[in-house]
Design a protein around this ligand. Structure first.
Ligand SMILES: [Zn+2]
Length: 572
């Protein structure tokens, strides 16, 4: 039995994510986790919310709530939506947890001991009225480039130019509106990533099985221009992990917190400890996944993320792990995904353009979205959601191919043989040919799923459903029955077993429908079809079944048009 540690990039706490975010990380990670479990492997699948940083503080202020309260509420919202999409996380944690606080401080202490942290004096904008330093997003002013009057300290939203707060004309505090600002000296900790360049380069070069998208992004950051830069890992903020050197105070760093990009990936590890603590397990139980001196040397660790997150996961987080000098598990494989666009443009939170995760579940069950998103996953390039394509794909693949097969077989059997697996007859050449085709396709499906080739996996699964339909069409038991009811019984017996087989194979993609089918077949045996012929005999003669309610319904043209309009967003 193999052991798989799987993490999905952790979504930021503010606001509800759209379908592009879902398919960019959580959903393919869930597909892989469900597949590995179905194969009988041991899986620990983790995700969490990324809660620190100024956007959370600003969003909480906007909502008129203390930031801790805001984050707790938004975590519950995201947790509920993830459950709605059937994310099978073993734990959905929080980067603001006590476990992550301690682990982040621990890593900082180790890195400091290894000479990889430097204290740097810096000039930063200080607001006398607010009595605090103002990080990038707390300062606004006029853009020196285009004259836009509410450009943020880090970037102008109008012309997209990257800015430094000191570039702004007539800067003011976004907390109080005060213009009484001055430059003051403050000290920050910098992680000396440049010292780790050779070690990182060697490690990335050893990953010859990584997708080109992943390694090319990593190598670009590592070698282009001046190469890997040292980075500030602290901020003058209240909300975050307080700066400590292990469990000791850090003189000169009072009142400062670690910058969110430093503590967020450490949450992957802390989340395992949260999982152990929440389930009455010991430290040994989570460390056997994360520490190679505690049993994790045989763990395969796979990370899923959007391409924008690749640099942090190939460079910054490995610096933290390698630099600590401790035997933490490094990632074995990174599945980086491209972007999903929405109907000729981009998803836009501010303009309400596109379908957001909560809205999606209000209009259709999770399986419809899971199937479309995964079968159109943005892997080798960006992909696009259109309502026409969504409607066509759901109606054809799910309703016409899979749903119709199940309906025809179970209803025909009920009317001619009753709601039991019928006896009599034997398999002939047609059945042997079907078993041969299914065997070839199922082995290909396993190969694609193991390789995380999401679209190819979906294509193979669809072909497996189609093979059953073609068999049924060619065997035509409703015709056979008139002349030769015994042979018709054998054909229907095989078709009923195919429904169970489809439930097992499809469960990583469409878990709810798979469960409905297994329940209808009144079968507890969900073992993987290592031997297809044997699997097609899993439902014995005389076993009872029931005709399931419509597994998938069709999307009408009226619905499609309504939704198209509803989610088009407000034009600017
Ligand atoms: Zn501008």
């Amino acid at each position: 039995m193999a052991r798989h540690l799987i993490t999905s990039a952790i979504p930021y706490i503010n606001g509800i994510k759209h379908l592009g975010n879902l398919v960019g990380s959580q959903l393919p990670a869930d597909l892989y986790a469900r597949f590995q479990r179905a194969r009988g492997n041991e899986v620990l699948f983790l995700c969490a919310t990324d809660e620190h940083g100024t956007p959370a503080e600003l969003a909480a202020a906007k909502a008129g709530k203390p930031v801790e309260e805001y984050c707790a509420e938004m975590w519950a919202v995201q947790d509920e939506i993830a459950k709605g999409f059937r994310m099978s996380f073993d734990h959905f944690g929080r980067s603001s947890s006590q476990q992550n606080r301690e682990l982040t401080q621990h890593f900082a202490g180790r890195l400091a001991d290894a000479g990889l942290i430097e204290e740097v004096a810096d000039q930063q904008i200080y607001s006398k009225a607010d009595g605090r330093f103002l990080p990038d997003r707390y300062v606004e002013g006029t853009c020196p480039n285009c004259g836009f009057e509410s450009a943020r300290g880090d970037q102008c939203d109008n012309c997209t130019k990257q800015l430094d707060p000191v570039d702004l004309i007539n800067p003011y505090s976004t907390i109080s509106g005060s213009t009484d600002l001055e430059m003051r000296e403050t000290k920050h900790l910098y992680l000396r990533q440049s010292q780790m360049k050779d070690q990182l380069s060697e490690w990335i070069d050893s990953k010859d099985d990584w997708p080109v998208l992943t390694t090319s992004i990593a190598k670009k950051w590592l070698h282009d221009g001046d190469g890997l830069q040292d980075r500030g890992i602290t901020r003058d903020l209240n909300w975050g992990v307080p700066v400590k050197r292990g469990s000791e105070d850090w003189p000169g760093m009072e009142g400062k917190v670690f910058y969110v990009w430093f503590d967020a990936p450490i949450e992957y590890i802390a989340c395992a400890k949260e999982w152990a603590d929440a389930n009455g397990k010991s430290d040994a139980d989570w460390q056997r996944w994360w520490r190679t001196d505690q049993g994790a040397e045989d763990v395969r660790y796979t990370q899923f993320m959007g391409k924008d997150n690749v640099p942090f996961h190939t460079l910054s987080f490995p610096v933290t792990i390698l630099g600590s000098g401790e035997p933490w598990k490094l990632v074995d494989y990174i599945k980086g995904l491209n972007y999903l666009n929405y109907d000729g443009g981009q998803f836009s939170t501010s303009r309400g353009r596109g379908v957001f995760m909560d809205q999606a579940l209000e209009i259709l069950p999770a399986d419809y979205w899971r199937w479309w998103l995964l079968s159109h996953a943005p892997e080798s390039s960006d992909s696009e959601f259109t309502w026409e394509n969504f409607q066509a794909s759901v109606n054809k693949d799910l309703a016409d191919v899979l749903g119709n097969f199940v309906s025809r077989v179970t209803k025909f059997c009920r009317s001619k043989f009753g709601e039991v697996v019928p006896e009599g007859g034997a398999w002939g050449e047609r059945e042997e040919a079907l078993i041969a085709e299914l065997t070839t396709r199922i082995r290909a499906y396993e190969g694609y799923m193991d390789a995380m080739e999401v679209r190819k996996s979906a294509g193979e699964l669809r072909a497996i459903w189609v093979a059953g339909n073609e068999y049924l069409q060619a065997a035509a038991p409703w015709v056979t029955f008139k002349e030769d009811p015994e042979t018709a019984a054998a054909q229907i017996r095989l078709a009923l077993n195919l429904i169970r087989l489809y439930a097992v194979l499809s469960s990583p993609f469409i878990p709810d429908a798979a469960e409905t089918l297994m329940r209808a077949m009144q079968c507890e045996d969900d073992s993987w079809p290592d031997n297809v012929e044997a699997a097609l005999g899993a439902l014995p003669v005389g076993a009872a079944f029931s005709v399931p309610d419509v597994t998938f319904r069709k999307i009408t043209d009226d619905e499609r048009e309504d939704w198209q309009e509803k989610f088009a967003g407000v034009r600017e």
